[in-house]
Structures are given as structure tokens and as C-alpha cells.
Design a protein around this ligand. Structure first.
Ligand SMILES: C[S@@+](CC[C@H](N)C(=O)[O-])C[C@H]1O[C@@H](n2cnc3c(N)ncnc32)[C@H](O)[C@@H]1O
Length: 216
């Protein structure tokens, strides 16, 4: 009981999910050498710390697109915060494994052919930059962001199109603030015009730095 009094409903539901994960074994695989994504418990915990650091700055988003969703940790996490969420991931084998992973945990991750928040939590298998919808989401997240995505100028044009007025983008990365500031400074990561931005540190976390972009 005491445990419940000190945590809100969303935190309890994530810690219950983590407990279930601890009692099971998973055999996720992917083609790149990055191993961090293969550990669901560590990914959920890191995303939770990112969320704690930013949530008061996001207004009260009702809908989110979790871009480059990988094994859908962020998609499930946001859905558990009562935010209707569709993950966008282009790699089929990750989507298949994500559906199976969460099925074992008792969560239905729906596969959709278009952005449909009524099916949350859902996954849309697509190249993000091919999406055509307009002003559909309050929030776009890229947890443990893909460098390939954020250095492509098209990505933020698509974000701008998909976001509603006052919409926000949350980018989280394992790089530290100094590295991010120098990448921005040398022009390799051009923050989009039409957005203001803020950098937030998440100390002692896998994703150490978050960039919040506000559509103005
Ligand atoms: C570093 S992983 C992060 C996965 C997940 N967000 C997490 O927190 O564990 C980045 C993901 O972005 C996906 N990705 C990269 N470019 C993409 C694109 N254009 N459209 C959709 N997904 C993309 C990759 O396939 C990869 O799964």
C-alpha cells in the first residue's frame, strides 16, 4: 500500500511491467551491432527517466508519434501515460519482435496501415519521411534517436507537418550535452527553423541528454 501511495498510477504500471519482464527471458535480435536496444528493462527504465525530466514541459499531450520506435518501448511507455501513441518503425523484423515481446507481457501492440490513434498502442511500419498526414499529433518522440533520421533535413519538415499547433518534439540521446552542443555548433545537426529548443540533462542515465523542440 505504501508502495502505491508514493507512486502515481502510470509509474506503478511501468514498474509492474518491469517486474513481469524480470521473470521472463527474451531473445531479441537485430542486424546492427547496437546491443542497448536488446535489453527491454534497461530501455524502459531509461525512457522513464527521460520522461520524468521533461513531462512538465510538454503541456498535456493526448496523441504521440514515437518515431524510430525500434522494439516499441517508447510506444508502450507513452500509451501507459494515457497518451494515444503510434510507433513508426521501418524495420519489419523489429516490429514483428515488438508485437511478440509485448504479447508475452499481456499487451496487444496493434499493427496499423495508417496513423490511427484509436488503436493505441500501435505500430506503423513505414519510413517516417514518407508520411503524408497533416497536423495529427501533439507530440513526436525519438527516444535513443537515430542519427540518420535527425541529420536528414526532410525529417523535421515532416515533423512540422505532422504536429498540431504548439506541438512538441522530444529527442533523447546517449550523447552528453557538450557533444550535442558541439554537433549543433559545427552545423552537422541543423535544428529546424519554426521551432524553439531547449536542452535538458538527465544525469546518470543511458540517454543523458534531451532536446525539446517547440513548434512556434
Ligand atoms: C537507435 S534505435 C532506437 C529505438 C527505440 N526508439 C528505443 O528507444 O530503443 C533507432 C530506430 O530508428 C529507426 N529508423 C531510422 N530511420 C528511420 C526512418 N526513416 N523511418 C522509421 N524508422 C527509422 C531504426 O530502424 C531504429 O530502429
Amino acid at each position: 500500500m505504501e508502495y502505491l501511495e508514493h507512486q502515481n498510477i502510470e509509474e506503478v504500471s511501468i514498474s509492474e511491467l518491469t517486474k513481469k519482464m524480470e521473470s521472463m527471458s527474451f531473445h531479441l535480435h537485430q542486424e546492427t551491432t547496437d546491443k542497448a536496444q536488446l535489453n527491454p528493462i534497461k530501455r524502459l527504465s531509461s525512457i522513464q527517466n527521460v520522461w520524468k525530466a521533461v513531462k512538465t514541459k510538454l503541456g498535456n499531450p493526448k496523441t504521440a508519434l514515437d518515431v524510430g520506435s525500434g522494439f516499441a518501448y517508447g510506444t508502450i511507455f507513452l500509451d501507459k501515460q494515457n497518451i494515444k501513441t503510434v510507433g513508426i518503425e521501418k524495420v519489419r523484423s523489429k516490429n514483428t519482435q515488438a508485437i511478440e515481446l509485448f504479447r508475452k507481457l499481456g499487451i496487444i501492440l496493434n499493427k496499423v496501415d495508417e496513423i490511427d490513434f484509436t488503436k493505441s498502442p500501435a505500430i506503423l511500419e513505414a519510413d517516417f519521411n514518407s508520411l503524408q498526414s497533416q497536423e495529427v499529433a501533439d507530440l513526436i518522440t525519438m527516444f535513443y534517436l537515430s542519427g540518420e533520421l535527425v541529420t536528414n533535413q526532410q525529417t523535421f519538415k515532416v515533423c512540422e507537418k505532422l504536429l498540431k499547433k504548439d506541438g512538441k518534439i522530444v529527442l533523447s540521446t546517449e550523447a552528453d550535452r557538450k557533444t550535442i552542443e558541439s554537433i549543433i555548433g559545427n552545423g552537422n545537426f541543423k535544428l529546424p527553423s519554426g521551432f524553439s529548443f531547449e536542452i535538458i540533462d538527465v544525469p546518470n542515465n543511458f540517454e543523458k541528454t534531451v532536446i525539446i523542440l517547440n513548434k512556434v
